[in-house]
Design a binder for this molecule. Structure first.
Ligand SMILES: [Zn+2]
Length: 278
């Protein structure tokens, strides 16, 4: 009788010990694990895969193709938002809040440390008062801002004029390209971004001839126009470094690296929930 009780007691203690340690290990280890995942880019990869698996069939389905342009009653970021909600509902449930809470303090301390909060008058309706920062797509569409314009100049006839891009259409194009190709980019801009094909001149009809006029005052550069025209590669290394400096990207280096960061960062500003983590 005594022996049985003892055995029960021992089993109970053993069970408690393991459960306790198991819990502790989860709690203590989680932070480090998340750090590792971030470093190795596993989370980024997950996002990319999720984005692929949820959007590919949609993009390929004929009804979607038909509806693609005319009846976009929902803004494109719903594609990305959908990914987020799938991620949030997959175990471990704490994954996304954990990552966010781990990142947030780091970001804000950086901002404070380097005085990047200095406001400037927004140089364009789509720009914010923070340097090198644009409003989100959701905000812009809610303000009925559908077109983004900028100044260009033809290399042949040298005429300067204003050109405009459809915000939703161009962003969806760029966002999908990044989601599909990001894993193969290895943090470097592909050749098509480094040496962009320029638009045709609307006056002399010369192909690949219209380049953006990039403002000499860097705080007035029309970043969103450059992104939508896929012409960020027309910026100098110095201009791209300025962008990175003011958007908390501390990695400097060759032009293909800073150009890659500029593309990803601007897309992230437009759609903070999209698969655009650097
Ligand atoms: Zn021309």
């Amino acid at each position: 009788m005594d022996n049985e009780n003892n055995e029960e007691e021992i089993n109970r203690k053993r069970k408690n010990f393991f459960t306790h340690n198991e819990n502790r290990r989860c709690k203590e280890g989680e932070g480090e694990e998340k750090e590792d995942q971030e470093k190795n880019g596993f989370l980024d990869l997950d996002l990319t895969l999720m984005f692929r698996s949820t959007t590919r069939p949609r993009l390929q389905s004929p009804e979607n193709n038909n509806n693609n342009l005319p009846s976009l009653s929902l803004p494109p970021p719903t594609l990305y938002l959908q990914v987020q909600s799938i991620l949030a509902s997959t175990p471990p449930i704490e994954a996304s809040p954990q990552v966010q809470s781990a990142r947030r303090p780091r970001k804000s301390s950086r901002v404070a440390r380097e005085g990047m909060n200095e406001a400037i008058p927004p140089p364009f309706p789509w720009a914010t008062s923070h340097r090198a920062t644009v409003h989100s797509l959701e905000y812009l569409l809610s303000k009925q801002l559908f077109k983004v314009s900028g100044e260009v100049q033809c290399k042949r006839c040298e005429r300067k004029y204003q050109m405009e891009f459809d915000l939703k259409e161009k962003f969806l194009e760029i966002g999908s390209y990044i989601a599909e190709n990001k894993s193969a980019m290895h943090d470097r801009a592909p050749d098509i971004w480094m040496n962009p094909i320029l638009p045709t001149c609307q006056f002399c009809k010369q192909e690949n001839s219209v380049k953006p006029v990039v403002c000499a005052d860097k705080s007035n550069i029309n970043w969103l126009f450059l992104l939508l025209g896929k012409m960020l590669g027309c910026c100098t290394l110095d201009e791209l470094k300025y962008f990175c400096e003011h958007t908390k990207n501390h990695r400097t280096g060759a032009k293909d690296r800073v150009l890659y960061l500029a593309y990803l960062t601007l897309c992230k500003q437009l759609d903070p929930n999209g698969p655009f983590d650097r």
